[in-house]
Ligand binder design. Structure first.
Ligand code: GLC
Length: 765
């Protein structure tokens, strides 16, 4: 029987009150309640000496936000005591090593801001098979340098369709296909021993309609009917519906579903089988807190709070981002700081840019709400910048938004398991003289391959019937052009897509926060179409970018020349670079540097150890940044590029970025490296008898653009290809042109400028 899966005893339990009605009426209720609780738990202070202090420190916050929703009537005490009893029970059940880690993290609360933290996300079944087999893959995660691991929903979902696990039937059991609760606990222990933090989903907004509470509601139990939003007819749903949006208009239109068995309409924001919980009911607050406590005690380091914008419903609004939703999160945050201060809250709030940051607790609530939030603004604007080769919009949007509060961080990602929504605000678009709607349409058209110059292979997800706007599905590699280039066996296209992928990654690895990689992207996994033959996935094209991990491809990471090797080694290089760049720590100060060059995205991060300037070129063309454009302290000639870990010499007072290139620069007194690489340059030029071909370029070895110092003549032995072998400083990007000479006089210049990198295998012309 489903009802057995939770314990209703906790609520029916009789709770005697110590405070008289009179005292409650006249006194300071918050103080009375706090003192009462501290008194109640006295017998436990010996074993849990920190408990008293934690209550003292966090109770006021809890009280403030909790009572703002549920009031502070006399009977409210019973709910509060129940909640605190759950904390106590949680503490008693909490394993020793977790208790210890909590205490360590209380002293180092901002541990998650370290530059050492690198995140990864995966579906257990698609990546490894099950929880046990995932343990065998830990060496691979370590090889990648991942130490903050989000496992996609793994609590017991309903059978059949379950929205990728986001329809939980039982929060105290694990998806049977993946293993048991013990396997999960064991995995968490092993991960911790290996220095990997575990992130688990807490699906907070809704349960599956098969959950015990929903089943009880379905069989007419009024207490459980109040757990959900239920209506006898369409009158109130229709009133709400006037202001609501549809999250899944294609496969779950409307926000309410009818159940003849109880003759009621139930609020279902997402799929019909996901019933929204009614947080206006303190019973729900407590019941969900109990589930949270249970999950936290598996040994998770961070709870990903799913779909938090939808927690509170208010007639006449679109029922997202309501103030009360923030209060709920703050009340829960205060409670978990008492039970498990080492556990973070990560908000999944994919909403308008101005709204997302509020989940990090701005305006005086810094550190009181979520510690982390998905940076959907950065994500969608990065893709826009890539498609348009223009960074005005990303710069403007980011500069207009409040910063993440000091004691919080972003989770920076290029893509996750969900579609990419174009979180581009009309207001910010207007600031750069664009129309928001057109810009969002452009993004969809570009990434679904509809535009002539598009390299992307993505799919429209849930097109809005009225505006025509749609979100986009596709893996990083497919959206960045790798899939198309591989099909067309286009070397240059493959090269460009690898550059694009690394360009995007470079920003999420250096922007304030934790970079989060969808596993498989590190070897360039492209779209997976097998979902089309699975009736449970078929209608939801988000599965196209949730591919099964191809371990055969992973094996190619050690084979030079393969795409997997190129991407994997760049990824490894980036992880290493991040870990040795102190300015990436969350405590450093950051600032956008706006340069008057369309395709350049530039920011500076300054720590007490080192300042670093991050420059990215979103154009498919090389770009020259005159150092005179930079803030004064960056007007230098020699830099260490922390990404390639080399000293670079920018002569001519300009920094040259290759197409889709980037630098992580810091000042240095060291001399440029002298390591040289053999480089073959060849150009195709038709000549007449007596004519010769020379080269001139932007580096001293090629005459620094002085035609009198052009080098050559080149060797025409495979005419019309003219070739020269040179030793050039390693890893140097350079530009050049050929010149044709007759009798020592220049008679023609190449119509184009070419560029390449020393040691490159391919030259570009
Ligand atoms: C979140 C999840 C998404 C799911 C939705 C409903 O947005 O990321 O995959 O469909 O919540 O649970």
């Amino acid at each position: 029987m489903a009802l057995k899966t939770w314990n209703p005893r906790s609520v029916s339990q009789y709770i005697p009150l110590n405070i008289s009605r009179k005292e409650w009426k006249r006194g300071d209720r918050r103080e009375l309640m706090k003192r009462d609780l501290m008194e109640r738990y006295k017998p436990h202070y010996r074993r849990h000496p920190y408990l008293k202090k934690r209550i003292e420190k966090n109770f006021d916050d809890f009280w403030r936000f909790y009572t703002s929703i549920y009031g502070d009537g006399y009977e409210q005490q019973r709910w509060i005591i129940r909640i605190f009893n759950s904390i106590l029970q949680g503490l008693l059940d909490r394993k020793k090593d977790m208790l210890q880690l909590d205490q360590e993290r209380e002293k180092n609360q901002l541990w998650f801001q370290s530059e050492e933290i690198v995140g990864g996300v995966l579906y257990v079944d698609l990546f490894a098979g099950d929880l046990k087999k995932l343990r065998e893959k830990i060496p691979y995660l370590k090889e990648l340098g991942i130490n903050f691991l989000h496992l996609m929903p793994l609590l017991r979902p309903r059978d059949g369709l379950n929205d990728g696990g986001y329809a939980v039937q039982n929060y105290r059991d694990v998806d049977r296909r993946l293993g048991t609760y013990d396997d999960l606990r064991k995995l968490s222990r092993v991960l911790h021993n290996e220095g990997i933090n575990l992130v688990l989903d807490f699906v907070m907004n809704h349960t599956a309609k098969e959950h015990g509470w929903a089943q009880a509601a379905m069989s007419g139990h009024t207490r459980y009917q109040r757990f959900y939003h239920m209506f006898d007819d369409r009158t109130i749903p229709d009133m709400y519906e006037n202001h609501l949006i549809e999250v899944f208009p294609d496969f779950a239109p409307g926000n309410f579903s009818y159940y003849p068995q109880i003759d009621k309409w139930v609020w279902t924001t997402f799929y019909e089988f996901q019933w929204d919980l009614n947080y206006a009911n303190p019973d729900v607050f407590h019941a969900m807190f109990d589930e949270m406590v249970h999950l936290v005690n598996t040994g998770t380091d961070c709870l990903r709070l799913d779909a938090v914008p939808y927690l509170w419903k208010k007639l006449g609004t679109h029922c997202q981002n309501q103030e009360e939703a923030h209060h709920l999160l703050r009340a829960y945050r205060a409670l978990l700081k008492i039970l498990s201060p080492g556990v973070l809250f990560m908000a999944e709030a994919i909403v308008a840019p101005q709204e997302i940051v509020r989940y990090l607790g701005v305006d005086g609530f810094e550190g009181k709400e979520c510690d982390l939030a998905y940076n959907a603004t950065l994500m969608s604007h990065l893709w826009h910048a890539l498609a348009s080769e223009n960074t005005h919009l990303i710069r403007t949007s980011l500069s207009k938004l409040p910063r993440a509060p000091r004691n919080t961080s972003w989770v920076n990602y290029i893509r996750c398991h969900d579609d990419i929504g174009w979180g581009i605000s009309d207001e910010f678009a207007a600031d750069v003289h664009q129309n928001g709607h057109h810009t969002r349409m452009f993004c969809t058209d570009f990434y679904t391959g509809k535009l002539a110059n598009s390299y992307a292979e993505g799919y429209a997800f849930q097109r809005d019937y009225y505006s025509g706007e749609a979100r986009v599905s596709g893996t990083t590699a497919s959206l960045a052009g790798l899939q198309k280039a591989m099909v067309e066996a286009e070397d240059l296209g493959i090269d460009d897509s690898i550059r694009r992928i690394m360009l995007l990654k470079n920003v999420i690895f250096s922007w304030k926060g934790i970079p989060l990689i969808y596993l498989g992207d590190e070897i360039g996994q492209t779209n997976d179409y097998t979902y089309l033959s699975n009736p449970l996935k078929l209608r939801d094209n988000r599965w196209v970018h949730r591919p099964r991990m191809l371990w055969d491809k992973v094996d190619l990471r050690d084979m030079p020349g393969t795409i997997e090797h190129r991407l994997f080694s760049e990824f490894r290089k980036m992880v290493d670079a991040r870990k040795r760049t102190p300015a990436i720590h969350g405590a450093s100060k950051d600032r956008l540097v706006i340069l008057d060059i369309d395709s350049i995205f530039c920011f500076e991060r300054c720590s007490k150890h080192q300042d670093t300037l991050f420059l990215s070129n979103f154009s498919r063309e090389p770009v020259h940044v005159p150092t005179g454009m930079l803030p004064e302290k960056w007007q230098k000639r020699h830099f260490r590029d922390l990404y390639s870990d080399r000293v670079l010499d920018f002569s001519f007072n300009e920094i040259v970025l290759e197409p889709y290139g980037f630098y992580w620069l810091t000042g240095t007194k060291e001399k440029p490296s002298i390591e040289a690489e053999n480089t073959i340059i060849d150009v195709i030029v038709e000549t007449e008898f007596g004519e010769n071909v020379y080269l001139v370029g932007n580096i001293p070895e090629l005459g620094s653009w002085n035609p009198d110092k052009a080098i050559g003549p080149l060797d025409p032995s495979s005419y019309p290809s003219w070739e020269i072998h040179m030793k050039l400083p390693a890893n140097t990007y350079f530009e050049f042109q050929w010149v044709k000479k007759r009798n020592g006089q220049i008679i023609e210049w190449s119509p184009d400028k070419y560029w390449m990198k020393s040691g490159d295998e391919i030259s570009y012309y």
